[in-house]
Design a protein around this ligand. Sequence first.
Ligand SMILES: Cc1cc2nc3c(=O)[nH]c(=O)nc-3n(C[C@H](O)[C@H](O)[C@H](O)COP(=O)(O)OP(=O)(O)OC[C@H]3O[C@@H](n4cnc5c(N)ncnc54)[C@H](O)[C@@H]3O)c2cc1C
Length: 510
Amino acid sequence: MQPKPSPELPKSSSPLWLDRLSLPQFPKLQSDIVVDIAIVGAGITGITAAWLLARDGRRVALLEADRVLQGTTAHTTAKVTVQHDLIYDELLAHVGRTNARLYYEANDEALGFIRDRVSSLEIPCDLTEEEAVLYATTEAGEQKLLREYEAYQSLHMPAALRSDIPFSIDVRKSLAMPGQAQFHPLVYLSTLLQEAVAHGAKVYEQSPASDIHYGEYPEVVTCDGPTITAEKILICSHFPFYDGLGLYYARMQAQRSYIVAAKLGIEWPGGMYISVDGPSRSLRSVVHAGETYALVGGEGHITGQESDTEKHYQALTDFAASHLRTEHIAYRWSTQDLVTVDRLPYIGEISAVQPHVLVATGYKKWGMTTGTAAALILRDLAVGVKNRYTALFAPTRFHADPSLRSFLAQTVNVGSWLVTGKLDKPSREAKDVLPGEGATVQYGGQRAGAWRELDGTLTVLDTTCTHLGCEVMWNAAEHTWDCPCHGSRFAVTGEVIEGPATKPLVRLHG
Ligand SMILES: Cc1cc2nc3c(=O)[nH]c(=O)nc-3n(C[C@H](O)[C@H](O)[C@H](O)COP(=O)(O)OP(=O)(O)OC[C@H]3O[C@@H](n4cnc5c(N)ncnc54)[C@H](O)[C@@H]3O)c2cc1C
């Protein structure tokens, strides 16, 4: 098949999932309230937990900094699978057979939970059963795939080893897992949210939580002042908005990836695919407004450690043109997820001394199942029911290997970016930045970040991240300032888009 020339990319980023979707709206938190359970963050974890607890008769308040369902969950690929890239061989080596099997079962139960909710609540979220397929194109990838296949067999997981996939991609081996799924995540979750509200859950939007205070009961403090006092607080804010001495910023890395929705020139053969060799490629189909698209994802990198991010969209577009005969790219977007040092999520008490504060984070790009599993675990912990997965996912756990190695590697990486940023002496000046352009510049003798609106308005920011002082980098594709150390992101006007930072970048001009 002759590759077709790459089609053009849409001008701006916005996920297909939000197109033509009307999400429910909720008020700001205006006064202090008391509930049984306070949940912070309305993504898949927070909304699923809110539904579970409200349905059990608990008084629930769900607090959202922005609007509901605008975070990572709105930017996902939404494969619902227990095939989490290559993981089971590694888990066997590091946490043993029993724990590797528990990881599988926790995620498989989550998949079953989603399937059951879709069926019992009749949610029109296009849930379809699909095979999840890993594929290898190199000899090294093939060896990894064979080891993963052995792990599947040892853990009694369903698997089929093959030598191809139904695309014009030169594949050495593929590993298929039957009975997995894909869906429209926001149709599913907005229904669950409305059901939670019908069961009495209170939802507050544009009410960012800023801290947790301890009295007789803990209370969530919001930026505007009102508080929520609760027996338990569930932190489901993606990056935990409150650290609780858990040092989460030092134990997780933010990794960004890119997705394009490509209108196809071929018939979609079914299935969801992901490559085990770099550069990573993830594929699934979606029918949206009567058209079939392939979601082509990949090109992951540590947040803030690349500036020319447009090239990642281009690489995915070129791949789609070569292998899927793309007619056009209708949507493009990017997002980031958190990866822990031992690649297992942190779900449970935020630290040993704060049993009333629970957290769920670090899903390494598999939060449809893991976020759902986390909500089930947090529900049990919140109401005092024993749960067999708590020890495996406890944030207070420590595995000497690979946790220590990854922790040290991450510390070195952060240290080197801290130094690199401080040594960076941009040659440009703010006055030279063109309309629609962002760049690091010299301003008043210091490194600064300049952005010029199309109407000529110039904003200049201090590029020192307000979290721990690294120098933020320009993200050309998304027009944001991203921190290479811990993944915080800021708007061109300085406001925080994603934590761990909680304070805006300091404005120097504009
Ligand atoms: C490119 C990419 C593709 C992916 N594809 C898949 C996939 O195919 N399958 C899969 O299983 N997973 C996938 N994932 C992972 C999955 O999307 C995420 O793990 C999951 O959506 C995270 O959900 P969450 O509820 O933790 O966070 P979010 O959806 O980000 O929700 C957190 C919410 O908390 C709010 N918040 C933050 N701070 C505060 C505060 N201080 N006060 C109040 N609210 C706050 C945010 O505004 C946000 O709404 C992918 C991830 C990436 C990066």
